[in-house]
Design a protein around this ligand. Structure first.
Ligand SMILES: Cc1ncc(COP(=O)(O)O)c(C=O)c1O
Length: 478
C-alpha cells in the first residue's frame, strides 16, 4: 500500500465510483424501457457470452465506470427478457419496477439484514412484509415467518420446523442430537408434487425416496381415498406435504378433508404454495384453497406472483417457537431472541441482503386491491389463453384452468410429443413470446405461466397467435 493510499482514503465515493453507479442506473432504466420491443429470448449464446466475459483476470484492475460500462455492453443480447410480459416460461414473476428501484437502494445501503438491532429500518420493513403476507393470505396472525431466498428454501425451512416439532413431541431433540438414531417419522407427499419439497426432504435429512407418494387425480390433486389409506399405514404422527398450485395444472390439493384426517393423528401439514397460495388473497378465488390456513407451515414465493425481483420467498410457521428452535443462530455478540421478530431466528442465513425491502415497496405500491387485481387478472387471462388455444383444431389444453398455468399439447397421435416439441421450438425461435416445456398426463406439453405483472390480454393473444402459427407451419412442413 502506498503512503498516498494510507493518507488519502477516498471520500464516500470517488468520481469514478459515482459515475459507475449512474451508468448502472441509466442502463437499468434503458433496459426496462427497451424491453417491450426486444426479442423474447437471448440472441447471443453462452459461447459468445463466454468470450465476452471469460478472459483471465488481469493483474491490473480497471476504473469502476469502465467495468460497469463493459458489463452493460457485454450483456447486450445475452439476457433473457424474463421481465417482459411475453415471457411465459417456468413460473417466474417479472421483477416489478418499484421493487427493482427499492432493490437498488438495498445494494447501496449495504445492510446486513440478519439483525434487527443493527438495522432498524430494514427490520421494520421486513417485519411489515411478513405481517402483510400472513394477513393477505389468511394465515394465522401469530405465526412466525422468515424472508428466505425462494420457494425451495421456504419449503426446506418449513420441513425443518416440522421435523423439530414432530421429534420434540416424541422426546427427541433434533437440534442437539441430530437425525442419526432418531425415531422414524412417516412422510406423505402427493405423486405430482413439485421437486422443491422433495429437495426439502433431502436437505432436512428425511430422504426423498422414503416419502410415500400418494396417488393423485387427473389434475394432480391428492385423492382423499388414497390419502386416507396411506395414513392408515402410518405408524407415527406423519409429516404431510400438500400443494397449492401444481406446476402443470395450477390445481390445489383438497385441504379441508386432508387436514381433517391429519389432525386425527397429530401430524404436521406443510403446504408448498410457491405460487398458488396467492389465490388466497383474492376473496372470489380463495374457496379453491378452502382450509389451507389450517395447515402448520407454508412456503410461498415473493419472486413469483408478487413479482418481486429475485430472490425472495417467505416461510410461515404457525408455531413460531418451532421455527425459532430450528433456525436461530445465537452468539454472545448477537441480540437475544425476543418477542420482536428477529431475522436471524427465522432463516438459515445469518448475514444476508435485505431481500424483503423490494417486496415492501411492491406491496405498498399495489395495496390490497392491487394484489387482488394482479392475481385475478392472471387467472382470467389464463382462461382466455386456454379458450383461444383449444379453439384451434389439433391443439388441446390438458388441464382445467385452476389458476394461471396452461398445459398445451399438439396433435393426438403417436407423434404428438414430437409435434409439440417442434411447435415449441418454432415459437421460441421466432422470439416474440417465450413459453417452456413440461411433461403432463403422459404427454410432452408446452406450458404457459401467466404471472408477469405487465401481462394483459394482448400478450396472451400474441402467445395464442404464435402457437397457432407454429402449429399450422409444423403441419405444412412435416
Ligand atoms: C410449486 C412450486 N414449488 C416450489 C418451487 C421452487 O421455487 P423456487 O424456484 O423459488 O425455489 C416452484 C418453482 O417453480 C414451484 O412452482
Amino acid at each position: 500500500m502506498t503512503d498516498r493510499a494510507v493518507e488519502s482514503p477516498p471520500a464516500g465515493l470517488t468520481p469514478d465510483e459515482a459515475a459507475a453507479m449512474r451508468i448502472a442506473a441509466d442502463a437499468a432504466i434503458a433496459y426496462r424501457l427497451d424491453l417491450p420491443g426486444s426479442p423474447a429470448r437471448p440472441t447471443v449464446g453462452l459461447g459468445e457470452a463466454g468470450r465476452r466475459f471469460g478472459a483471465p483476470l488481469g493483474e491490473h484492475g480497471a476504473p469502476a465506470a469502465q467495468v460497469v460500462g463493459e458489463i452493460v455492453a457485454g450483456a447486450d443480447g445475452a439476457l433473457h427478457a424474463m421481465a417482459a410480459p411475453t415471457f411465459f416460461g417456468y413460473v417466474l414473476g417479472g421483477s416489478h419496477p418499484v421493487g427493482v428501484a427499492a432493490d437498488m437502494l438495498v445494494s447501496a445501503w449495504g445492510q446486513n439484514a440478519g439483525s434487527s438491532f443493527e438495522t432498524p429500518a430494514i427490520s421494520a420493513m421486513e417485519r411489515a412484509v411478513c405481517d402483510w403476507v400472513i394477513d393477505l393470505l389468511g394465515l394465522p396472525p401469530a405465526s412466525g415467518a422468515g424472508l428466505v431466498s425462494g420457494g425451495t428454501t421456504a419449503n426446506m425451512v418449513g420441513v425443518m420446523a416440522a421435523r423439530h416439532a414432530l421429534w420434540a413431541a416424541r422426546g427427541w431433540d433434533v437440534e442437539r442430537e441430530g437425525i442419526v438414531g432418531a425415531p422414524p417419522i412417516d412422510v406423505l407427499i402427493g405423486a405430482d408434487a413439485h421437486s422443491a419439497p422433495l429437495a426439502a426432504l433431502r436437505y432436512a435429512g428425511f430422504g426423498d425416496a422414503r416419502a410415500v407418494r400418494v396417488a393423485t387425480d387427473a389434475e394432480g390433486r391428492i385423492r382423499p381415498d388414497a390419502f386416507a389409506a396411506a395414513l392408515d399405514r402410518c405408524t407415527t404422527p406423519p409429516l404431510v406435504i400438500l400443494q397449492a398450485g401444481q406446476i402443470n395444472t395450477g390445481a390445489f390439493d383438497p385441504f379441508d378433508p386432508l387436514i381433517d384426517l391429519v389432525r386425527e393423528r397429530d401430524g404436521w401439514v406443510h403446504v408448498d404454495g410457491a405460487f398458488g397460495l396467492w389465490l388466497a388473497a383474492v376473496p372470489k378465488l380463495a374457496d379453491r384453497l378452502a382450509g389451507v390456513g389450517r395447515a402448520d407451515s407454508w412456503a410461498v414465493d415473493l419472486h413469483k406472483w408478487l413479482n418481486a425481483p429475485f430472490d425472495a420467498g417467505v416461510v410461515v410457521v404457525r408455531d413460531r417457537p418451532s421455527l425459532v428452535a430450528t433456525m436461530s443462530a445465537r452468539g454472545s455478540y448477537l441480540p437475544p431472541t425476543t418477542d420482536w421478530w428477529e431475522p436471524a431466528d427465522s432463516t438459515p442465513e445469518l448475514s444476508r441482503r435485505a431481500r424483503g425491502v423490494p417486496s415492501y415497496a411492491i406491496l405498498r405500491h399495489l395495496g390490497r386491491e392491487g394484489v387482488r387485481e394482479l392475481v385475478a387478472r392472471h387467472c382470467e387471462l389464463a382462461r382466455r389463453l386456454a379458450a383461444r388455444v383449444a379453439a384451434e383444431p389439433g391443439l388441446s389444453v390438458l388441464n382445467e384452468v385452476h389458476s394461471n398455468q396452461v398445459a398445451i399439447a399438439c396433435g393426438d397421435g403417436a407423434d404428438g410429443d414430437a409435434l409439440t416439441s417442434r411447435v415449441l421450438e418454432r415459437v421460441q425461435e421466432r422470439g416474440r413470446v417465450y413459453p417452456t416445456h413440461g411433461d403432463w398426463a403422459g404427454r410432452r406439453i408446452i406450458r404457459a405461466s401467466v404471472i408477469g405483472y405487465a401481462m394483459r390480454a394482448e400478450h396472451v393473444d400474441l402467445l395464442a397467435d404464435e402457437l397457432v402459427e407454429a402449429w399450422r407451419w409444423v403441419q405444412a412442413n412435416p
